[in-house]
Design a protein around this ligand. Structure first.
Ligand code: ADP
Ligand code: MG
Length: 257
């Protein structure tokens, strides 16, 4: 479905993603997990063509992604970022239907899709008349998800979609997302730094550090057979945050480790 082969990307001479080779399975949820700065978002941006790799290749459904075909592939990939990225001057409905209008879908088709999606993401249809600033953070992310799904993409990329939400809303949306993933049966790549979220939503977890894969598998495999001490450290730091803070080096667990 999606294949990254020896992908490397630097920023200002520093590697953000290093020689990354992995395949993402179709019709399942793959989680990119790891500390801040380890290259998770860069991988999603490379997949969606917002960034170009310095070297290596990315194949989406057997097509090599290039600057020449990225615009054609783009409608087949949905993308949600942490703050939703909705246009503030457009109503939620206009945000969701923007691309469909651009592709000349007729009004009946757009409305039918809006109704279906509003049921799927549990957002009352009448809220779509509001502007993003008139919605709560959780509602905005439901709208962002609707927008990402509007064209029925083959691949859904979610970059920490719940990270900015307060814990109760986050918990609710995690449960809803699980149901949505199951119902849609789509290929999903979810970025998070939260191990509980990764364990709950991920069929397959790719734990990263400093631009590289450290270990791939289920959360149980990561817990029971950590590939290196970092795996245990990363998991323990979230299980017992107070202890981790007391022990943490001044720079934390970022890319410098
Ligand atoms: P993550 O999403 O895992 O937190 P990122 O992929 O955003 O990490 O970043 C990986 C590394 O690349 C970090 O060191 C970050 O500072 C750097 N980086 C990411 N995007 C840019 C950019 N546009 N310009 C410069 N450096 C960047
Ligand atoms: Mg990120």
């Amino acid at each position: 479905m999606l294949r990254l082969k020896n992908v490397t990307r630097h920023f200002a001479g520093r590697p953000a993603v290093r020689d990354f080779t992995q395949e993402i399975n179709a019709a399942s949820t793959t989680v990119l997990l790891g500390p801040s700065g380890c290259g998770k978002s860069t991988i999603l941006r490379l997949i969606i063509g917002l960034l170009e790799a310095d070297s290596g290749e990315i194949y989406f459904q057997d097509s090599l992604i290039s600057q020449a075909n990225v615009a054609d592939l783009r409608p087949r990939i949905g993308y949600v970022i942490q703050d939703g990225g909705l246009f503030p001057h457009l109503s939620a409905k206009s945000n969701v239907s923007l691309m469909a209008r651009h592709l000349n879908w007729d009004t009946d088709r757009i409305n039918a899709r809006l109704e279906g999606l509003s049921r799927l993401v549990h957002l009352p249809l009448d809220l779509l008349d509001r502007f993003p600033s008139e919605l709560s953070g959780g509602q905005r992310q439901r709208v962002s998800l609707m927008r990402a799904l509007m064209l029925d993409p083959d691949l859904l990329l979610l970059d920490e979609p719940l990270a900015a939400l307060d814990p109760m809303i986050r918990y609710e949306l995690q449960q809803d997302l699980k149901g949505i993933f199951k119902e849609m049966h789509k290929t999903v790549v979810l970025v998070t730094h939260d191990i509980a979220e990764a364990a709950y939503l991920g069929d397959d977890i790719l734990l990263m550090r400093a631009g590289r894969l450290v270990q791939r598998g289920s959360m149980q495999a990561l817990l029971e057979a950590p590939a290196e001490p970092f795996v245990e450290q990363f998991i323990r730091a979230q299980r017992d945050p107070a202890k981790a803070i007391a022990k943490a080096p001044a720079k934390g667990m970022g890319e410098s480790l």
